[in-house]
Every structure is written in structure tokens, then in C-alpha cells.
Design a protein around this ligand. Structure first.
Ligand code: FES
Length: 90
């Protein structure tokens, strides 16, 4: 079982294969986003714990200059169980 915390919030459930943004919104966390499709870059955040638990970066994340620590929450998906912490600027 996985979980995700946004900016130090209580953890929300995050399933293997699920994108981080979807899990945060399902969990009632106030995640920033616009397109939900890897285009706008608004969901970009810094993974402060658990980056190694995520699937490899997508082409959209490469396009936005993500580096493995910076990820697009709507594109990054959990590859195996564990806890993710993400920081999104306000
Ligand atoms: S919400 Fe637009 S790139 Fe993720």
C-alpha cells in the first residue's frame, strides 16, 4: 500500500499505478493543477521522499525540464508500495 503527503499534510492513499495528482485530489489535498494532461506544468512539485518508488519520467516531464526530483504530479505514477512526500509551491 502506498501513500502521499502534500506539503506536510496527512497522508492520502496512493495505489500502485496511480498518478500522484489523482491520489492527492481523491484524498482531499489542495494540489495545484490545471490540465491534468502533462501540458501546463502547474502540478510540478519536488519529491522530498520516495522518488525512487515512482515510475520513470514521461516525455511530458522531460519536456518540462523535470529531473527525477522535480516531477509532474499528473504524470508521475507509483511503481511500488511506499510513502511519497511532495512539495508544491503555492
Ligand atoms: S496539471 Fe498540467 S501538467 Fe499536470
Amino acid at each position: 500500500m502506498g501513500s502521499i503527503s502534500l506539503n506536510g499534510s496527512a497522508d492520502a492513499h496512493l495505489a500502485v499505478g496511480q498518478d500522484l495528482l489523482g491520489a492527492m485530489l481523491d484524498g482531499g489535498q489542495p494540489a495545484m493543477y490545471l490540465c491534468m494532461a502533462g501540458s501546463c506544468g502547474r502540478c510540478r512539485g519536488r519529491i522530498t521522499a520516495g522518488a525512487e518508488l515512482l515510475e520513470p519520467m514521461t516525455d511530458a516531464e522531460d519536456h518540462h525540464g523535470c529531473d527525477g526530483e522535480q516531477r509532474l504530479a499528473c504524470q508521475a505514477r507509483l511503481a511500488r508500495d511506499g510513502r511519497i512526500s511532495i512539495h508544491q509551491p503555492a
